[in-house]
Design a protein around this ligand. Structure first.
Ligand code: GDP
Length: 138
């Protein structure tokens, strides 16, 4: 089933000029890029995006990092896109990520881990709507 997911090339990867390599890999793996934008989140916008994590001990650090510089936000489409992109990203902690995954190749730490991907259909719908309007996705 064709599905959409929200991907973010996080500020650490944008700052290190890794966006081109990551986007190339996205295309090589067969995803369609349905929308894409550079976005430098404010602290409030990062807190809204990660609201589900507000009780976690790393919430402050994570939202400070995510608002520290521009990110590139994409809507990816493919059969089984949510799982497919999470598999390509690899484990949250790069030390545990499989070889060939984005996080194994590009992450610096469990927090500065290069990419984000929605984890379920309901979060994908929320996250896509957080950044893009229906008219951006026709
Ligand atoms: P994801 O779905 O793989 O991105 O992981 P989570 O939803 O659990 O966490 C969201 C984001 O918070 C991760 O991608 C990391 O950037 C960050 N994060 C997760 N766990 C930790 C942690 O233990 N410490 C810190 N500092 N950041 C973390």
């Amino acid at each position: 089933m064709t599905e959409r997911t929200l991907a973010i090339i996080k500020p650490d990867a944008v700052e290190r000029h890794l966006a081109g390599k990551i986007i190339q890999r996205i295309e090589d793996e067969g995803f369609q890029i349905r929308a894409m934008r550079r976005s430098h989140l404010s602290a409030k916008q990062a807190e809204g995006f990660y609201a589900v994590h507000r009780e976690r001990p790393f919430f402050g650090s994570l939202t400070t990092f995510m608002s520290s510089g521009p990110a590139i936000v994409l809507v990816l489409e493919a059969p089984d896109a949510i799982k497919k992109w999470r598999t390509l990203m690899g484990a949250t902690d790069p030390a545990k990520a499989d070889a060939g995954t984005m996080r194994k190749e590009f992450a610096q730490s469990i927090e500065r881990n290069a990419t984000h991907g929605s984890d379920a259909p309901d979060t994908a719908a929320y996250e896509i709507g957080y950044f893009f309007a229906g008219l951006d996705l026709l």
